[in-house]
Design a protein around this ligand. Structure first.
Ligand SMILES: [Ca+2]
Ligand SMILES: [Ca+2]
Length: 113
């Protein structure tokens, strides 16, 4: 009877762990989407609402993924293309502008190595 109880406890704990894992993953993807959105706006140096190939030169985060994001291959990533990329890659919708701002503030607040 005691053994059975420990099994039940173990299964309950496993269940909790799996649940926490799923939460951590969705949280990770949510933050990744926020980071990408923040990076998109930071890289748009001429503020025309799109990121061109010339604006991502030297960027090691956005740069390598630029081609994946640029769906119609016109050398420009629009906000719609970014949203599509994030939905497919992370399974999340584009975060609100407010959340993106918070991500930027978080990055700015991070201590430098
Ligand atoms: Ca631009
Ligand atoms: Ca494009």
């Amino acid at each position: 009877m005691k053994v059975l109880a420990s099994y039940a406890t173990a299964f309950a704990l496993l269940g909790l762990a799996a649940h926490a894992h799923a939460d951590a993953r969705s949280d990770y993807y949510q933050r990744a989407a926020q980071r990408d959105t923040a990076a998109f706006h930071a890289l748009d140096v001429n503020h025309d609402g799109v990121v061109e190939r010339s604006e991502i030169i030297g960027d090691n985060d956005f740069g390598p993924r630029f081609r994946d994001m640029d769906r119609n291959d016109d050398g420009i990533v629009t906000e719609a293309e970014l949203a599509l990329y994030m939905r497919e890659r992370y399974g999340v919708d584009a975060p609100s502008a407010n959340q993106a701002t918070m991500a930027v503030q978080h990055l700015a607040a991070a201590p430098s190595p």
